[in-house]
Design a protein around this ligand. Structure first.
Ligand code: MLT
Length: 260
């Protein structure tokens, strides 16, 4: 694992077609451990910590999705990678869509997991700004406790308390300033809906039947707007489909990558 010249930490494993794994909020690259192991046998897998997360340099103020995208592009350039497969889950999906808008020539194909193309509603934006202020005033515990039941699906939470703990630990390791900056950045993200119909890259959309943040219905509607895309709905999975159902998730990604 190394730190790129732009202050972004990353794990770089395997060789072949580069696959970038872009993590969810408020987690870090460690959420991809199972995917790094499974995909790294056939591909070059790069799992970065977005700015402020994991071991990357701190961030403060507003961490806009366009800056997330430019951080990813800076890392690609530092690694002399011209174009990569982008796999983004939730906030990682927002960053992946921003990346596609800004650097389409650097995208080979796209996996959008448990995410959405729409901007926040005014209510959602307000909630985020409150959560940002709360993290700065009180620390991360309260924000993480409120989010946890939404992040991990009910079936998984009942069957896998160890996984809930793992997600909690990852989330609690995130600095309040990072939580606040990312919340403000996500609150201000643009609506990417109009981008969907113009996507000319292969796209896989992954959803979970139990996802309380980005429902399978919403994901299905989004996939319907992307020409030629494929949809995998993972039975019994909540929002963190890669962690909750790693076997099915990895199989979906590997099938998609093989078919390209
Ligand atoms: C995530 O999992 O990255 C978050 O749920 C994204 C969000 O808050 O919209």
């Amino acid at each position: 694992m190394k730190k790129s010249t732009n202050g972004i930490y990353y794990k770089d494993t395997g060789s072949g077609v580069p696959v970038f794994l872009v993590h969810a909020f408020p987690l870090n690259r460690r959420m991809w451990d199972e995917q790094v192991a499974a995909l790294g046998r056939r591909y070059r897998v790069v799992a970065p910590d977005l700015r402020g997360f994991g071991e990357s340099d701190p961030v403060s103020g507003v961490y806009a999705v366009d800056r997330m995208a430019s951080d990813l592009q800076g890392l690609m350039a530092a690694l002399s990678i011209e174009a990569a497969v982008l796999v983004g889950l939730s906030m990682g999906g927002y960053a992946a869509l921003a990346f596609l808008r800004l650097y389409p020539e650097c995208v080979l194909s796209l996996v959008l997991a448990n995410t959405r193309a729409t901007a926040d509603s005014p209510e959602a934006r307000e909630k985020r700004l409150k959560s940002a202020a709360r993290a700065e005033a009180e620390g991360v515990e309260g924000v993480v406790s409120d989010m946890l039941p939404l992040l991990v699906g009910n079936q998984t939470a009942t069957a896998r308390p160890d996984l809930v703990n793992r997600v909690r630990e990852l989330a609690l390791s995130t600095q309040p300033a990072t939580i606040a900056a990312a919340q403000r950045g996500m609150a201000g993200r643009p609506d990417s809906t109009s981008l969907l119909a113009s996507i000319q890259k292969p796209v896989l959309v992954v959803a979970g039947t139990d996802d309380l943040i980005t429902s399978a219905n919403e994901m299905t509607a989004m996939q319907g707007q992307i020409p030629g895309s494929t949809l995998r709905i993972i039975e019994g999975s909540g929002h963190l489909s890669n962690l909750e159902r790693p076997i099915e998730f990895n199989e979906a990604i590997l099938d998609f990558l093989r078919s390209r």
